[in-house]
Design a protein around this ligand. Sequence first.
Ligand SMILES: C[S@@+](CC[C@H](N)C(=O)[O-])C[C@H]1O[C@@H](n2cnc3c(N)ncnc32)[C@H](O)[C@@H]1O
Length: 241
Amino acid sequence: MRLNKYRGPGLAARLKLGRDKNPTVLSGPFKGLRYPTYGIGSEYFPKLLGTYELELHPTFEGLANTTFQDIIIVGAGEGYYVGGLARRFPSARIVCFEADPDGQTAVAEMALANEFSGRLDNRGFCEPADLRAVLPESGRPLLVMDVEGGERQLLDPEAIPALSRTVIVVEVHDCFEPGLDELLRQRFQATHHCEDILSQPRTLDDTRGLPLSDDLRQRVLPLMNEGRPARMRWFVLTPLA
Ligand SMILES: C[S@@+](CC[C@H](N)C(=O)[O-])C[C@H]1O[C@@H](n2cnc3c(N)ncnc32)[C@H](O)[C@@H]1O
């Protein structure tokens, strides 16, 4: 049921998207990533199109100029960021957490298909102690988090001091818990610069990076909808020191 839900509407089939048994991401920072045929926890087609969280493309393009030895992804879904970041940072150690066992399986398959299993540590539900244990003792790791409100518990630098030197890209679920944005802002105020990025509705202009004809670009627009419950925001937290 869940897998079918995230395979998207019939329009996709008419466009022959998702029929490919070995799809790859079509555009964006993770273009060329070999992808599963289903999604876990979020809409599938924006990822295959490469327009998923388009608002963060400049962030990930910018981060690609930094060398990260440790990348941690919490709330991995089927592995869009796991696979994408493994591809962009070919020597990084990748640790990911996904509570849904189907997601863990998808991540493992993606790692095999994209040949990064050897540097992947694929884990289940993430508690604060787990995050504390996987953050390295020194250096500047990258943490990407989307945990549906769990960021209140997990992004606590008092409990996890290594967060103070971690680059953090987090989807902030203040739509579920009003005030969570302000709480996170305060927690990292002394140690990080906070860039606040708001989600935007998709427009035809957003299809311009897709390798599709003008006619298909028009028709693909509904597939770019990420089905968000409200206008969402991300924080990109960069250590000051
Ligand atoms: C909206 S989805 C993430 C989508 C993700 N941005 C992607 O690229 O596919 C949120 C996921 O977080 C997972 N999750 C929520 N809390 C978690 C936790 N504490 N540890 C691990 N996974 C968690 C859920 O199972 C769900 O699959």
